[in-house]
Design a protein around this ligand. Structure first.
Ligand code: ACM
Length: 469
């Protein structure tokens, strides 16, 4: 029997049968239960003329089953075809990253993205909460982070080129979330089967914090502002006791707000310029017995890991953390090169594949001037996301087993509002979900056809997307 309802991602096993369940209240008629007889990641859904029944091996798998059910009932008005589904994901980490620092998004906008993720059985929202251009999270004892660090007076217009001249918009931009708002978001996500992993990017990407508290930088007598252009800032954390106390205070509060097992500590793109020029940094290196300036970053990584371990959490870092000392319990998030995945897994680190080549959704989706301006650095089409090689060929079986999953990235330098965010995320997010779930292999043409039938569902839910070509 041909599929009467298009599902994205496609479950492992779907058998439609004739007959239907007539109901005006499908959620009311769904019975659910966790069963110890099923593997923890598996769910089974059956719809018969009498009703619908969902069992799963865990609460997480139950959420997956509910999210599949949501697709089935969303467009089957009053008459739902009978089906038997048995399903489990390939990867435990099916992630979407969202940068709320370069542009601020209201909680309601984040909830819409969570809805979109849940519908596609993605289960990790990686929230990039701090960066040079904005600090977005309330930290008790550091009010200037949100009074000053959350706001920039103006923003560069158009594509930023470090060597070029630029115009600015002269509009104050910013905003931040209270701890209570973030706790509410955590709960909203949890109810839909999604874990929020917070990121505090350190020791680089810290200009907004240094603008709020100059003593956190390498030269306390210098006042910098919140960064108004994109690119990489030299204003990173200094090595003072104040800077380390700050890291402890921030991570301790973050660990308390976000109950999940992981905190992302960034670690990417940290210039050493200020450390190289700082007598205090040189003195610290002597004290710590370090010979290379880059090892200062390793001290931050170790310190952050220790603080978070005390809270029962593990750190995650972008793959640059591999370049200096790294605790054994780190999880690596690879964005730059395939060799990074080979290295992290050969050194035994669980790894999330977030490759810039195929999974950066801030890239334009097509050539041509009809597309909104996007980050320079390449085009990533929907087909690229569906077909690109994500996990390097060369891995051994042991290394493969260390791949936790895959994740799409939404950096928001060129994504100023919720409509743009949805346009850039979808439908690439659908292809990401298909791969993260490990759906039965289909050709690009088959996927595209299934997607064409699925997109009206997004429209009905009020979620924006780029139409298919
Ligand atoms: C990154 O794109 N800087 C992780």
């Amino acid at each position: 029997m041909p599929d009467p309802i298009s599902l994205v991602p496609l479950p492992r096993s779907v058998t439609w049968s004739s007959g239907s369940w007539r109901t005006d209240d499908p959620w009311g008629g769904l019975s659910v239960g966790v069963s110890e007889e099923l593997p923890r990641t598996e769910y089974a859904l059956s719809i018969t003329p009498q009703g619908a029944h969902l069992t799963a091996g865990s609460e997480a798998a139950l959420a997956d089953g509910r999210n599949t059910f949501a697709q089935i009932v969303s467009d089957a008005a009053g008459e739902i075809p009978c089906v038997t589904i048995s399903d489990a994901p390939r990867y435990a980490w099916r992630g979407l990253h969202l940068d709320v620092a370069r542009h601020f998004f209201a909680i309601a906008d984040l909830e819409t993205m969570i809805d979109a993720m849940a519908l596609h059985r993605l289960n990790v929202l990686h929230l990039h909460l701090t960066d040079d251009q904005g600090w977005r999270i309330e930290i008790k004892g550091y009010p200037r982070l949100t009074e000053i660090g959350a706001w920039r007076d103006r923003t560069v217009i158009g594509i930023y080129r470090p060597e070029g001249e630029h115009e600015f918009d002269d509009e104050r931009h910013g905003g931040s979330y209270t701890q209570d708002e973030l706790r509410g978001l955590v709960e909203y996500a949890q109810r839909r089967g999604i874990l929020i992993v917070p990121e505090v990017d350190l020791p680089g990407h810290m200009q907004a914090a240094v603008a709020s508290y100059p003593e956190l930088g390498s030269d306390p007598s210098r006042q910098v502002g919140v960064r108004e252009v994109w690119g990489i800032s030299d204003h990173v954390l200094g090595v003072s006791d104040e800077a380390f106390a700050f890291v402890r205070d921030v991570l301790t509060q973050v660990a308390d707000i976000f109950p999940g097992p992981y905190v992302h500590i960034g670690g990417d793109e940290c210039p050493r310029t200020e450390w190289e020029q700082s007598p205090a940094a040189r003195a610290r290196m002597n004290e710590w017995g370090l010979t290379r300036v880059s090892e200062i970053q390793g001290r931050f990584t170790d310190f952050a890991a220790d603080v978070l371990r005390e809270q029962g959490k593990r750190i995650i870092g972008w793959d640059e953390v591999l370049e200096s000392h790294l605790p054994d319990d780190t999880i690596v998030m690879n964005w730059r090169r395939d060799e990074g995945v080979e290295e992290s897994t050969s050194r035994g680190f669980p790894t999330v594949v977030a490759t810039e080549r195929f999974l950066y959704f801030d890239h334009a989706q097509a050539k041509g001037h009809e597309e909104p301006i996007a980050i320079p650095g390449g085009i990533t089409t929907l087909e690229d996301v569906f077909t690109g090689r994500l996990v390097p060929k060369k891995l051994t079986e042991e290394q493969e087993a260390l791949i936790l999953g895959i994740q799409g990235q939404l950096w928001t330098e060129y994504i100023p509002d919720a409509a743009s965010l949805q346009y850039m995320a979808l439908p690439r997010l659908c292809a990401l979900a298909e791969r993260a779930w490990g759906s039965p292999e289909q050709s690009w043409a088959e996927f595209r056809e299934r997607l064409a039938a699925h997109l009206p569902r997004l429209e009905a839910l009020g979620i924006g997307f780029r139409p298919l070509d």
